[in-house]
Design a protein around this ligand. Structure first.
Ligand SMILES: [Zn+2]
Ligand SMILES: [Zn+2]
Length: 274
């Protein structure tokens, strides 16, 4: 769990409104005119989206503890206050960068003067959260939290599931509209103007499904390469520089189903791991 402040809640409240409003309209105006059984998949998809969104919001994305290599010798104090999931043994000193050799690729580990701790591989400082985050993917304004090592899998599931939900609502609403407009008995009284809510739902879910579908495809590519958004945008492991964390397609995707390992900030661990 992370410490949550009021400003973090604004983004997720907006996301909840954008997610729940079309579902409520769909449940009131569309489902009763098609089949009440459509409520089951709708609420299952919506439930998964809400659950994963909540987890992304409340979980610690992978904060690196503060003051681990402080100038003011706070290291002992910081080590004692570490939660259990941070087994940390470290010999790095204040202001000292490290370079690790992972399978012949030099990975730079910079010292963060703001957090006064060294960053393990794949760690970056988020200026919004003002913390270094392990496996930093990006800072998400829609969830008011960083997406990092600890909450990435829930973010990934949220994007894919919400995209499916949007396309599901889109298709059902189109079916309902076609069914009603092609009904000869209602032909005289039924026009497009009588179904404004359906038109709005179709436009909205098309935009939502397209953008989330694109995002889901992009993150599928990132997972297949074991890259973060941050690494991909900066071209950190371009073709001339092999990504040392890429374990092959199967293992890269399997990581999404595994429990989150303790966050290791010990450089001996990284050297021995290879
Ligand atoms: Zn930092
Ligand atoms: Zn952040």
């Amino acid at each position: 769990m992370r410490k949550i402040v009021l400003i973090d809640c604004l983004g997720i409240l907006g996301t909840l409104v954008l997610l729940l409003t079309p579902c409520i309209i769909f449940a009131i105006f569309i489902i009763p005119q098609l089949s009440i059984f459509l409520a089951i998949p709708t609420f299952v998809f919506l439930g998964i989206s809400l659950l994963t969104l909540g987890l992304v919001f409340i979980l610690d994305p992978g904060y690196i503890p503060l003051n681990l290599h402080s100038q003011n010798s706070l290291q002992e104090e910081a080590l004692q206050s570490l939660p259990e999931e941070y087994p940390f043994v470290q010999s790095t000193h204040f202001g000292q960068d490290r370079v690790l050799d992972l399978d012949g690729v030099s990975v730079e580990c910079k010292y963060c003067f703001t957090c006064q701790s060294i960053r393990p591989p794949r760690t970056f400082h988020c200026s919004n959260c003002e913390r270094c985050i392990y496996g930093h993917d990006h800072h998400c304004p829609w969830t008011g939290n960083c997406i990092g090592y600890r909450n990435y899998k829930y973010f990934f599931l949220f994007v894919i599931n919400t995209s499916i939900l949007a396309w599901f609502v889109f298709i059902c609403t189109i079916v309902k509209l076609v069914k009603i407009l092609s009904d000869p008995q209602d032909a005289n009284i039924t026009t497009i103007g009588n179904h404004l809510e359906s038109i709005l739902i179709i436009l909205y879910t098309f935009l939502m499904g397209s953008s989330l579908g694109y995002l889901a495809g992009y993150h599928c590519y990132l997972v297949s390469q074991n890259l973060t958004t941050h690494e991909q945008i900066r071209g950190k492991y371009s073709s001339r520089l092999e990504n040392p964390f890429n374990q092959g397609l199967y293992k890269n995707f399997r990581v999404l189903c595994q429990r989150v390992d303790p966050l290791v900030v010990n450089f001996d661990y990284w050297n021995q791991k290879r």
